[in-house]
Design a protein around this ligand. Structure first.
Ligand SMILES: [Zn+2]
Length: 309
């Protein structure tokens, strides 16, 4: 079945959007638009406690300012609780999830097995003997998905990927303590509902993909194509974050920087133009290529930021 191309932009309102986010959004948007595809916008706000006031409006304003448009109304992830819950119920019916009462400390204590760097300790399977119905009478539990295998996939940017999920955390949480959907479940349910065929995101989420593919398969959704792109780092070699002053899109806008200047810098970093010059998102559509985007992380220097003004 050929589905029409659909990409997505999925900002999280846990903070301001910076140039690293903007670069990933630009690649995602151009990839979809260069195929004549649609773009869906979703605000990933289910981590309610971490949302910053006004950050949703600001993220929308940032995208509009950059000229990255979308089709239809923005989807607010926290408003899709009934759909997330229905997916959990289906996973329970299939006995693919079980209630877990372990605390973080329990898992750290029990987990002696080796695990991958930057990943949580592998869940030792303490509660995996339980069936879904055993949740009756339990308190303060999460739902974990049984990791039966580690689906390989071909990343649009990075090529063949074989990530051993047993080394990358094992059985993982799809529903959190407090009766709330976890990221891995919500993102799959929402992308499938929006008809997303292509997911472009930062390579810090690479190991989420085989987990999400297990959920796609369990729920009978067609899997999208994934592309994980390198993150932007500051001159201190750390990934761009709040500590890097002057890299927020909203700050640049307030300083009077033109969106075309920002796009010129980002387009140069992706190899679509030979030197930094003002350019619009629309002008970049026919210039978009995956092949020219460097495999290495992009280091944003103070000099580049100064040149934007
Ligand atoms: Zn447990």
């Amino acid at each position: 079945m050929n589905r029409s191309p659909c990409g997505r932009l999925a900002p999280s309102p846990t903070g301001a959007q910076h140039l690293g986010n903007a670069r990933t959004y630009l690649i995602a948007w151009l990839s979809a638009r260069s195929q004549g595809g649609s773009v869906s916008l979703r605000i990933e706000d289910i981590d309610i406690g971490r949302n910053k006031p006004g950050a949703t409006e600001q993220a929308i304003r940032d995208l509009q300012w950059l000229g990255l448009d979308w089709d239809g109304e923005p989807v607010i992830q926290s408003e899709r609780y009934p759909e997330h819950l229905a997916a959990l119920e289906e996973l329970k019916r299939l006995e693919l999830v079980y209630p877990c009462t372990c605390t973080r400390a329990d898992i750290a204590l029990a987990a002696s097995a080796p695990h991958l760097e930057h990943e949580s300790p592998t869940y030792p399977g303490t509660c995996s003997h339980r069936r879904a119905a055993d949740a009756e009478g339990l308190k303060d539990f999460s739902w974990r998905l049984r990791v039966t295998d580690s689906p390989a996939f071909t990343d649009r940017f990075l090529g063949e990927q074989h990530i051993d999920l047993q080394l990358a955390g094992g059985d993982f949480i799809v529903w959190r303590v407090g009766n709330l959907p976890a990221y891995q479940l919500a993102v799959v349910v929402d992308d499938a509902a929006a008809g997303v065929t292509e997911i472009v995101r930062g390579d810090d989420l690479l190991s989420s993909t085989p987990r999400q593919l297990l959920i796609y398969r369990a729920l009978g959704y067609p899997a999208p194509q994934f592309a994980h792109v390198p993150l932007v780092h500051g001159e201190d070699d750390r990934r761009l974050a709040k500590r890097h002053n002057g890299t927020r899109v909203s700050d640049l806008r307030a300083e009077g920087v033109k969106p075309e200047a920002v796009l010129g810098l980002l387009a140069r970093s992706c190899g679509w133009i030979d030197e930094v010059r003002p350019i619009t998102a629309e002008e970049l559509v026919p210039m978009f290529r995956w092949e020219t985007i460097p495999r290495e992380k992009f280091t944003l220097t103070r000099e580049m930021l100064n040149d934007l003004v």
